[in-house]
Design a protein around this ligand. Sequence first.
Ligand SMILES: NC(=O)c1ccc[n+]([C@@H]2O[C@H](COP(=O)([O-])OP(=O)(O)OC[C@H]3O[C@@H](n4cnc5c(N)ncnc54)[C@H](OP(=O)(O)O)[C@@H]3O)[C@@H](O)[C@H]2O)c1
Length: 264
Amino acid sequence: MQQQTNYSNELSGKIALVTGGTKGAGKAIAERLKAAGATVVITARNKPDQADPDLYFVPADLSKRGAADSVAKATLERYGRLDILINNLGGSETPAGGFAALNDEHWESTISTNLLAPVRLDRAFLPQMLENGNGVIIHIASIQGRLPLYDATLPYAAAKAGLINYSKGLAKEVTSKGLRVLTVSPGWIKTENVKYFLERIARSSNSSIEEAQQSVIAALGGIPYGRPAEPEEVAELVGFLASPRAKYLSGSEFVIDGGTIPTI
Ligand SMILES: NC(=O)c1ccc[n+]([C@@H]2O[C@H](COP(=O)([O-])OP(=O)(O)OC[C@H]3O[C@@H](n4cnc5c(N)ncnc54)[C@H](OP(=O)(O)O)[C@@H]3O)[C@@H](O)[C@H]2O)c1
């Protein structure tokens, strides 16, 4: 999707970090922050397919203890500070089959990636951000934090619910010290990985990609908007929340799901 908006360099001079910034929503967020003038650091386990010299890549497996400290060290040694921290990394790799299909390892690895990784990264950057007295931390959660799907992704849903709760608590602690802490909870996002997932469903059920997409939408109970979000639509919300235009916003959760969640 083409971004035509002029962001007036509103993030010029800001240093931002986006975890999982090589693919999907994280890539779109990194590009959106860059378009607004920020200097952007991205992390992932593997190098991006196409290196962008304007995005400084720090390799790290953030599900592992100690990795957050290395990312903070690399960022602070290079740029001296961080202003915007986007904890975007997350996902689920657990098998289908409900509670009985899940062992301790499934639970622990999902909680490490989706809850402990952001907690550790925040803890690594917070002393410097508090010393600066301003900054923004955004946690990318999921509508599953309020709308758990039990068949294959319950550890993910529980970890995201924990992330939403933690984000609120952190906002309570640090907003009076100049930091804003926010949560963005997307519904279904049509990332590259989702496109491959739809192709797999279509092949295995001998249906079209459109039919495969409709079957996933039906499993979510419908998306009133009629389609998943584009990564750039999520990035646009994050770009706004990271900007000075959102200066009074802290401690809130923003759901971006095309109307999927059926309750208030
Ligand atoms: N896609 C959706 O429908 C959807 C819906 C609701 C919420 N969300 C949330 O939105 C966020 C982005 O999701 P996405 O679907 O855009 O992600 P994605 O396309 O699967 O990309 C994940 C990114 O995280 C990196 N990553 C994965 N495991 C990592 C690890 N252990 N350490 C460091 N980096 C790691 C990946 O690179 P490497 O593999 O190279 O490490 C990649 O850059 C996540 O928090 C997700 O839970 C997504």
